[in-house]
Write a protein that binds this ligand. Structure first.
Ligand SMILES: [Zn+2]
Ligand SMILES: [Zn+2]
Length: 363
């Protein structure tokens, strides 16, 4: 069994990498099975995750998650950073609402059919994070992306169904939005406790559970607030499972040899060449992976990577907007605790958030 990918600090700035899952359901969602809160948290602690949020469907409790998921005596952990959240389940689709402290979710639920600008005002008043869920599949996020603080570009272990959502994210990035991307297992069902109790739902749990996929966030400190801030800033990458390599994208825009830009950062486009560095951390060593670079929605380059890092360079257009992100394809590192997830993820191993040039951060 591979070692858990270490939470290494980046060499060039203060912070640490935290891994977790931003989207899942417990038995408080009536479409889940065999998945009480205590079971989820026990599993996440054993595997070594750093943070978790259980985002039950609010419609199942008429908006009253405060007296269901959040009030569950098992919704606590000495090891995990836990968030207060719910999946707003509305006619215009699903939004993950996330916060570091209890908030008035009933107010969000009651406003679920309101105009987007009214929801934006409510979001700001409550100080919560809105994350656009599964933007291309059933019950897709159908609100304005101006409302979204992040977007779920990798929903569940089944990579192939996410490809149209990735295109939507690229469209949003090209439109000038700096929109942080994350994964979410959206798992509903618990792993079988004993083989004789196996049901179709528990077979599903053997493919899709906590961490399929895993989102890594680079937080300035080990707090829930810092993790959520990192997600919003796009200081994040997603791996098919917690044992796969974590991908990091860095850049040196001023030519001093120091990689001063990381994912989520935005620099002036000066017309000078920029050196980018792709790093793979953890996972199997000695494997060959393919690095696909996406620039401004289009395929820009692809490389084979051997070892831990590679560099490439390009000149972002002076005075224009450009973004660069990377996808890693190759063999999956086994995730023995969720053994059937590998086959579902295909060869998609990990993907990064972009580094931006010339974006207007006030937009
Ligand atoms: Zn959903
Ligand atoms: Zn869900």
């Amino acid at each position: 069994m591979p070692d858990t990918t270490p939470a290494l600090a980046a060499p060039d700035r203060e912070g640490l990498w935290l891994k977790g899952d931003w989207h899942m359901h417990s038995r408080h969602s009536t479409d889940s099975s065999n998945n009480p809160i205590g079971k989820i948290i026990g599993f996440a602690e054993r595997v070594g995750f750093d943070y978790l949020v259980v985002t039950d469907h609010d419609i199942h409790v008429w908006g009253d998650v405060a007296h269901h998921t959040w009030a569950d005596p098992d919704y606590r952990s000495d090891k995990l950073l836990l968030f207060y959240g719910a999946e707003l389940t509305a006619a215009r689709g699903h939004i993950n609402i996330m916060a570091t402290a209890p908030y008035d979710h009933q107010a969000v639920f009651d406003a679920r059919d309101a105009r987007d600008w009214d929801l934006l005002a409510l979001k700001r008043r409550l100080g919560v994070h809105f994350s656009a869920n599964h933007p291309s599949t059933k019950n897709h996020y159908g609100y304005s992306f101006d409302l979204a603080d992040s977007v779920e570009i990798w929903n569940s272990c089944v990579w192939s169904k996410n490809v149209p959502g990735l295109r939507i994210w690229d469209d949003m990035l090209l439109s000038g939005r700096m929109l942080g991307a994350r994964g979410g297992s959206d798992s509903h069902h618990g792993l079988p406790d004993r083989p004789e109790l196996t049901t179709p739902q528990s077979v599903e749990a053997s493919a899709n559970y906590v961490g399929t996929p895993t989102t890594w966030v680079f937080a300035r400190e080990r707090t829930a607030a810092a993790a959520l801030e990192a997600l919003e800033r796009g200081r994040a990458s997603v791996s098919a499972n917690p044992y796969n390599p974590r991908v990091e994208l860095w850049a040196d825009a001023d030519g001093d040899g120091v990689m001063e830009l990381m994912m989520g950062d935005n620099a002036l486009a000066t017309g000078k060449p920029v050196t980018f560095e792709v790093r793979l951390v953890g996972g199997y060593r000695g494997m060959r992976y393919k690095v696909k670079v996406v620039k401004n929605r289009d395929a820009f380059a692809s490389f084979e990577i051997e070892g831990d890092s590679l560099r490439f360079s390009d000149t972002p257009e002076a005075g224009g907007r450009s973004y660069y992100r990377v996808e890693i394809e190759g063999p999956q590192t086994p995730y023995p605790e969720v053994p059937y997830s590998m086959a579902q993820s295909g060869n998609m191993v990990a993907l990064s958030n972009p580094i931006y040039f010339g974006y207007d951060e006030s937009f």
